[in-house]
Design a protein around this ligand. Structure first.
Ligand code: ATP
Length: 398
């Protein structure tokens, strides 16, 4: 349909970017990126009106995002060419042809287009042999200075390598290492680095990507607080198998936070504070990172020295966010892990008969005292000392 409107408005319209790549690979992708040879912003306005879509315009880059009522998102851009005034700067943008638009892209596999106008509908436009690279599983830049202009492409490239099981073409790898050696990554703004980093965390093979970037010497350059040791890499690789059983006890869980806790495994309290400042994490993230950093030594000592009852473990880690408990499981030895698992099992099967309402009837006001009483009943239940509602009521009355 978009193509028909292109015909009506006399502009050439193309599907571009990741969707074309994934279409050729037969992988689902719902990110619709459209490039218009002509005035992309006017065309986006026509589409917004026709499809009753909400529109957000980014005039500086001649792009617009449409949010369709059925939830679909379409990015519409004017075909453009870009140049960089200095390495790692944001690009200066000028209107251009489709070929120029594709040439400014990161890798050949992402630089293909499919025609949408009636006369070209479904035709692949492939100026830079993207299809052949896709078939051979190669990640290749379009020009030698690609990483000099935008070093974050190195992170993108390694992300695609491990997402698709591809390899980086040797020259491209050489360019990447040269750009890193020249210290260009350090020139990129922190917000862009953070954005690329967060995208890595969403990948299924995040551990391999982080390891690969470690081998290339990236982390020391951009996030010096993190020591990505062999131990950390091993822990990262253990996240998916641990995840598969632990989510039975601790859902919902935020995988990103678990990964961050592991990345901060060797961090001092000071370094955690610095990272919290730099990244401006949410309150939940900050609190989980700080709590673990301040308490992990004590928790491990107690888990190691005592044969803790489930209620003892509850006192120790019951207040921690679920993600912090996953981190503790990851770094525990077999014995400590068993203690935590027993606690989780007991907690999972725990059903409290009494509630805050019952305590209110006994004259306890909502507040810390009520929480304390409920926690005490919970601990007794965890250890199997209270069985029935009558037991619980007798206990709180006493
Ligand atoms: P993903 O599946 O991770 O979303 P994608 O290729 O769709 O991958 P986007 O970030 O949505 O990635 O970008 C869309 C397209 O824009 C890419 O396919 C690529 O052509 C181009 N692009 C994105 N980032 C860059 C960059 N840093 N430099 C050059 N081109 C880029």
């Amino acid at each position: 349909q978009i193509g028909s409107y292109g015909d009506r408005e006399c502009v050439r319209v193309y599907l571009v970017g990741g969707l074309v790549r994934d279409l050729l690979l037969g992988i689902p992708n719902v990110d619709l990126d459209v490039v218009v040879e002509g005035d992309g912003l006017s065309f986006a306005r026509v589409l917004a009106e026709t499809f009753r879509a909400k529109i957000s315009l980014h005039e500086k880059f001649s792009t617009a995002t449409l949010y369709l009522p059925d939830g679909l998102k379409v990015d519409v851009a004017t075909a453009r060419t870009e140049y960089y005034e200095f390495p790692a700067a944001l690009p200066v943008v000028e209107t251009g042809s489709l070929k120029q638009d594709l040439y400014r892209r990161d890798f050949t596999i992402n630089a293909m287009a499919v025609g949408l106008n009636q006369d070209t509908r479904g035709h692949l436009v492939d100026f830079f042999c993207g299809k052949s690279d896709l078939e051979q599983g190669i990640i290749k830049v379009l020009y030698n200075l690609s990483f000099v202009e935008d070093p974050t492409r190195i992170m993108r490239g390694i992300r695609f390598v491990h997402r698709y099981g591809f390899r980086m073409e040797p020259e491209t790898k050489k360019f990447a290492l040269q750009a890193l050696e020249q210290g260009l990554m350090e020139k990129v703004s922190f917000s862009r680095l953070k954005e690329e980093f967060m995208l890595i965390l969403h990948e299924e093979n995040f551990a391999l990507i982080l390891e690969n970037l470690k081998e290339m010497g990236l982390w020391e350059r951009i996030f010096p607080e993190w020591t990505i040791s062999e131990e950390v890499i091993k822990l990262l690789k253990e996240i998916p198998p641990t995840w598969s059983w632990v989510k039975e006890y601790l859902a919902p869980l935020d995988l990103n936070l678990v990964i961050l806790l592991v990345l901060c495994h060797h961090c001092s309290e000071m370094q955690i504070r610095t990272l919290n400042e730099k990244f401006s994490w949410s309150k939940l993230y900050r609190s989980a990172l700080e709590k673990i950093s301040w308490n992990k030594e004590r928790i491990f000592q107690e888990l190691a020295t005592n044969s803790l009852s489930p209620s003892g473990v509850f006192s120790l880690i019951g207040d921690l966010p679920a993600e912090a408990i996953v981190y503790l499981i990851l770094v525990s030895d077999c014995r400590q892990r068993k203690v935590i698992r027993n606690y989780l099992e007991a907690k999972k099967n725990l059903f409290m008969h009494i509630s805050g309402e019952d305590l209110k009837c006994l004259g306890v006001k909502p507040g810390p005292r009520m929480k304390q009483l409920l926690d005490r009943v919970r601990k007794e239940r965890l250890d199997g000392n209270l069985i029935s509602r009558a037991d619980e009521m007798t206990y709180v009355k006493a």
